[in-house]
Design a protein around this ligand. Sequence first.
Ligand code: ZN
Length: 50
Amino acid sequence: MKCDVCGKKVEITFLSKVVGAYMKNDKRKKKLVCSECQKTYSKKDLLKKL
Ligand SMILES: [Zn+2]
């Protein structure tokens, strides 16, 4: 799995959860955002990038 903002690999925990979050962009597509990008950007900025 890759982050849809920075393109870095997103780790998956042993419980098959991604270390990050899923967000829906304005085209209602599910996008993966890593924890780093969540810290760096606000939700509004992230939605602009997705
Ligand atoms: Zn990222």
